[in-house]
Design a protein. Structure first.
Ligand code: G1P
Length: 298
């Protein structure tokens, strides 16, 4: 066991610095994290998820072209005053709520060298505390099929507090899609809880690690990282020395594989559903789910 404290973590890091090449041409001018789902950008739901799970301090990692993310989470007093003087109090209240729901911090990734390098920019903010990592281009729905309560992050926090090491959300993925994800092997301890033994970023099917069920039988499908992580600060020591890997980028998964050897690592099966909005089909699905939920509440 290392010397980190094992209190419930309160810091969350949201990398939002990628080019968004899977969603060009729109992402040439609009960050993918700012694409609309219902009446708000995707990253709004990701922040709400972190806040719902008790994270009070949020660092968003941006690149040069993404200043509109800072504007979105900042107060705009002039606009709020104008709305209030026009009697539009609920709109003004909502803008105020968005900016004051957490303590927001921002940092720029100077060069887009990969997810691992983006996460490294969070080191000064994180210090020695454990922290959550939420990929800001992915919405996670709860058990009830709606965004909101942070079930997935809560499961990761519980695993972290129980096993005193890092944990990550994982989900089953079919063999033909395995080359798109970070893939993990290990064994299931009990339903939905996995002890991880190996991790490979975007493997070919024959390089993918195997996951055993609680009876020791290999699952016929793989298990992939699902955009939510809970790290001990030790991850930074490995990130600092990780060399470019898959796609010539500094891969978070490569640093995680080293952390696993030193501290162990737990996987929690994603209790809800992952919606990757980095492509048009995922964005459309998210939009439909949100609009359906909204109309059933109207
Ligand atoms: C990233 C990670 C990968 C993970 C995926 C989905 O890949 O590198 O390990 O499985 O997110 O959470 P990307 O989608 O940025 O290529």
């Amino acid at each position: 066991m290392r010397a980190e404290s094992f209190h419930r973590p309160v810091k969350a890091v949201l990398p939002a610095a990628g080019f968004g090449t899977r969603f060009l041409p729109i992402t040439k001018a609009v960050p993918k994290e700012m694409l609309p789902v219902g009446d708000r950008p995707v990253i709004d739901y990701v922040v709400q998820e972190a806040v719902a799970a008790g994270f009070t301090d949020i660092l968003i990692i941006v690149s040069r072209e993404k200043n509109c993310i800072l504007d979105y989470f900042d107060r705009n007093h002039e606009l709020e005053r104008r709305l209030r003087s026009a009697g539009k109090h609920s709109e003004a209240d909502e803008l105020e709520r968005i900016a004051s729901q957490a303590n927001f911090h921002f940092v720029r990734q100077p060069e887009m060298k990969g997810l691992g390098d983006a996460v490294l920019q969070a080191q000064a903010f994180v210090g020695k505390d454990p922290f959550a990592l939420l990929l800001a281009d992915t919405m996670i729905l709860d058990n009830n099929g709606r965004p909101g309560k942070g079930d997935s992050l809560n499961a990761l926090v519980s695993a972290h507090l129980e096993h005193r090491c890092s944990s990550v959300a994982i989900e089953p993925v079919a063999a033909e899609r395995i080359h798109r994800y970070g893939v993990v092997g290990g064994r299931e301890l009990h339903s939905g809880q996995f002890e991880l033994k190996s991790m490979v970023e975007k493997p070919q099917p024959d390089e993918a690690p195997t996951m055993l069920d609680s009876g020791g039988q290999a699952y016929s499908h793989g298990f992939a990282f699902a955009a939510r992580y809970l790290f001990t600060a030790r991850i930074f020591d490995f990130l600092r020395t990780t060399q470019p890997g898959k796609n010539n980028e500094i891969q978070l998964t490569d640093a995680m594989a080293q952390l696993l050897v030193e501290e162990g690592f737990y996987g929690c099966r994603l209790p809800g559903k992952r919606l990757d909005i980095g492509n048009a089909a995922g964005l459309l699905e998210a939009h439909e789910i949100i609009l359906k939920g909204k109309s059933s509440h109207d």
